[in-house]
Design a protein around this ligand. Structure first.
Ligand code: ADP
Ligand code: F6P
Length: 324
């Protein structure tokens, strides 16, 4: 059921991602330009339950578009997964006059938004995650920055790997999704790419490929390993023992989640933030913003959560073919 919105809240939830601040800024300024009041909810759903709620003005988001992280903070909140926690959250919204909320995060955060909508608060989600693993959208805020950060780091590891004629296993983020690994694999020209979606636990295949490429005169061997496959350090030990090629593991870790967002992340975040405010202004609820097939669109949250996304077979094949 739609209703007129006067005050909207905005929160960031789940893992942070570069560009979240640009999205917050857009939500705030677009809403204020349309006569709404805006409240910032700190630390995701945990901050909502703790009533960590602040007024946001247009100037509150000055000097933030270029900053990584999230000025509102983020958190994971188990209590919000319970019906009692969700009802309490909606009650707190009503107490603070918040009748619509923009949630910036991933699939888990959308489930929280869906619960708030069921409890009478209008909601809209914006895809914010470095993992690119949200099915209703071809783009998620933070992915471009994360992939460029990882790519630069891998280039550096490759330099020293070549000098020492070593094999390098470089672990990138992505517990359940291999998009960062796939993109780095292609962008860095890696010899092997290990994705959680495709990994067959056939280490002998990798060992054979290292031995073959050494015979053909290759002086280094770069393996991009996704966090979801993991075990890079023990894998390096086994590969060194089996191939005789010195092998080192480098785990890039949280550096991939930080840093100043790229132009692409800033622009998509700004448009998506503005679009989310438009959805609430139109009286819609239980929606999520996506960029799909070249257009900004919005979807029902349930529909979005039921969509499936898979690593493109063609992109995966290209990555393997070019790594010869
Ligand atoms: P992401 O949003 O990046 O997928 P999480 O899965 O960690 O990250 O979810 C972020 C937060 O969203 C959780 O800590 C919780 O507060 C809320 N959340 C996740 N799943 C649900 C759910 N089923 N119902 C209500 N809230 C949820
Ligand atoms: O933000 C996405 C991500 O980096 C995933 O790749 C990873 O699974 C998760 O966050 C880890 O986050 P945390 O250690 O904060 O739980």
């Amino acid at each position: 059921m739609s209703k007129e919105i006067k005050t909207i809240g905005v929160l960031t939830s789940g893992g942070d991602a570069p560009g979240m601040n640009a999205a917050i800024r857009a939500v705030v300024r677009k809403s204020i330009a349309n006569g709404l009041k805006v409240k910032g909810i700190k630390k995701g759903y945990q901050g909502l339950l703790n009533e960590e709620i602040i007024d946001l003005e247009a100037h509150s988001v000055s000097d933030t578009i270029q900053r990584g992280g999230t000025i509102l903070g983020t958190a994971r909140c188990m209590e919000f997964k319970t019906p009692e926690g969700q009802a309490k959250g909606a009650e707190i919204c009503r107490k603070h006059g918040i009748d619509g909320i923009v949630v910036i995060g991933g699939d888990g955060s959308y489930k929280g938004a869906q619960a708030l909508a069921r409890n009478g608060i209008n909601t809209v989600g914006i895809p914010g995650t470095i993992d690119l693993d949200i099915a209703c959208t071809d783009y998620t805020i933070g992915f471009d920055t994360a992939v460029n950060t990882a790519m630069d780091a891998i280039d550096k590891v490759r330099d020293t790997s070549s000098s020492h004629e070593r094999c390098s296993i470089i672990e990138v983020m992505g517990r359940n999704a291999g998009y960062i690994a796939l993109w780095c694999g292609i962008a860095n020209g890696a010899e092997d790419i290990l994705l959680p979606e495709k990994y067959d636990y056939n280490e002998q295949r990798i060992i054979n490929s290292i031995i073959d490429s050494r015979k053909r005169g290759k002086t280094h061997h770069i393996i991009i390993n996704a966090e979801g496959v993991g075990h890079s350090v023990s894998m390096a030990r086994r590969i060194e023992a089996a191939t005789g090629m010195e092998t080192r593991a480098t785990i890039l870790g949280y550096m991939q989640r930080g840093g100043s967002p790229t132009a692409k992340d800033r622009v998509y975040a700004s448009i998506m933030g503005s679009y989310a405010a438009d959805i609430l202004l139109a009286g819609k609820s239980n929606r999520v913003v996506g960029y799909k097939n070249g257009h900004y669109q919005d979807f029902d949250i349930e529909e979005a959560l039921n969509m499936k996304k898979e690593i493109s077979e063609y992109e995966y094949e290209v990555s393997r073919l070019l790594s010869v």
